[in-house]
Design a protein around this ligand. Sequence first.
Ligand SMILES: NC(=O)c1ccc[n+]([C@@H]2O[C@H](COP(=O)([O-])OP(=O)(O)OC[C@H]3O[C@@H](n4cnc5c(N)ncnc54)[C@H](O)[C@@H]3O)[C@@H](O)[C@H]2O)c1
Length: 342
Amino acid sequence: MENANLKNFGLIGCGAIAKLHAKAICNIENARLVGVYDYSYEFAQRFASEHNCIAYKTLEELLECAEIDIVNICTPSGLHAEQIIKAANAKKHIIVEKPMAITKEQLDAAIESIDRNNVKVEVVSQLRFTPAIQKLKTAIESGAMGKILFADFKMKYYRSAEYYKKGGWRGTWKMDGGGALMNQGIHGIDLVQYLIGGVKSVYADCRTLAREIEVEDTANILVEYGNGAIGVIQCTTVAEPGYPRTIEVTGTKGTVIIKEDVIERWDLEESQEIECKTSLFNSGSDPMAFSEKFHEMQFMDLIEAINKNKQPLVDHNEGRKPVEIILASYKSSKIGKRVELL
Ligand SMILES: NC(=O)c1ccc[n+]([C@@H]2O[C@H](COP(=O)([O-])OP(=O)(O)OC[C@H]3O[C@@H](n4cnc5c(N)ncnc54)[C@H](O)[C@@H]3O)[C@@H](O)[C@H]2O)c1
C-alpha cells in the first residue's frame, strides 16, 4: 500500500556534507533518498551506488522527477541561489546548506522565487537545534537572564592551506562568498542573532593574515544588537590546532557559556546548574567532525512544516539574517565605519 506520509528527497552536489545529508535522511522514518545529481557524473554515480538511488545526468532530470518532494542543495555556496530558484520553479520544497546565498542580489532573487512558488525552505543552521542553544533561548525568552547586556561569539578554528585548495571553490569570493565569517563563522553569527533577537549595527575589521586566499581568514566585529545589548564576534581559521566555538551571553541575572554544543557555565540567579557531557562536535580542527543528528532534526522540522502547512524554524527569511550581518561586516571593514542593519 502507498505510504501517504513518505517524503522523497533528491540531492544536488555529492561532496562532503552530502554524505551527512544522506545519513540524516536514512535515519528518518518516512524519508527516502530517491536520486542525486553532481556536475561530475562519476561522483553522482559513486554516491548513488553507495546510497542505493538514481544518479541523474542533469539537474533538470532530477527536478523533473515527480516523485521528489524535497531537494537538498549541497553544492558550493555561490551556486545555492540559482539552484534554489530552479528547484522552487519546479515546485520542490528545499533544504539548502548555509549560507543560503552569498550576495544581496542573490538573496533577493532566491526569496522572490520561494515566495512566488509558495514552497517551503529550511536553511541549514543545525546548531539552533542543539539542546544547549534551545535551553539558552528559553532562558532568555522567559526572562531568567534578566535584561541581556552582552553576547559574544568566539571561533578560533584551524583550516590548513590544503583545505582551501580542495574542491577549487573554498576561499574565493565567487563561490565561498567570504572566508572565516561566510563559511565557518556563519553558524555562531546565526546563533547570537537568533538568541538575542537581531543585529542593529556592526563595526568590523576583516583581514587575510595567514592564508593565500582572496577572502578573510580572520575578523573582529563589534556588534550592537536590536535590543541594545552589545558584543564581540571574533572569527579565525588560522589558529592551530583549532579550538571550540564559544558563545557567552550575560544578562542582569547572570551568564551562560556554551562551548560547541555543551553548556559550560550556567551562572544564573535562579539556578546554578552546569550540564557536563561529551560534545558531538569537534569542528575547531576538523570541518566534518560533527554528528548528523541536528541536520536530521532540521529535516524533520521541514517535513512537519510541509505536513502542517506552517513555516520551518529556519525559513528563507531567517536564512537571510546571518548573511546580511556578514555582508554588512565586509562593507564596514572596507569603509572603516560602523554599518547599520535594522
Ligand atoms: N552545515 C554545515 O555544518 C556544513 C559543513 C560543511 C559544508 N557545508 C556547506 O555545504 C556546501 C558544500 O560544502 P562541501 O564541504 O560538501 O563541499 P564539497 O566540495 O565537498 O562538495 C561540493 C560538491 O558539489 C559538486 N558541484 C560543484 N558544482 C556543481 C554544480 N554546478 N552542480 C552540481 N554539483 C556541483 C562538486 O562536484 C562536489 O561533489 C557549502 O555551501 C558549505 O558551506 C555546511
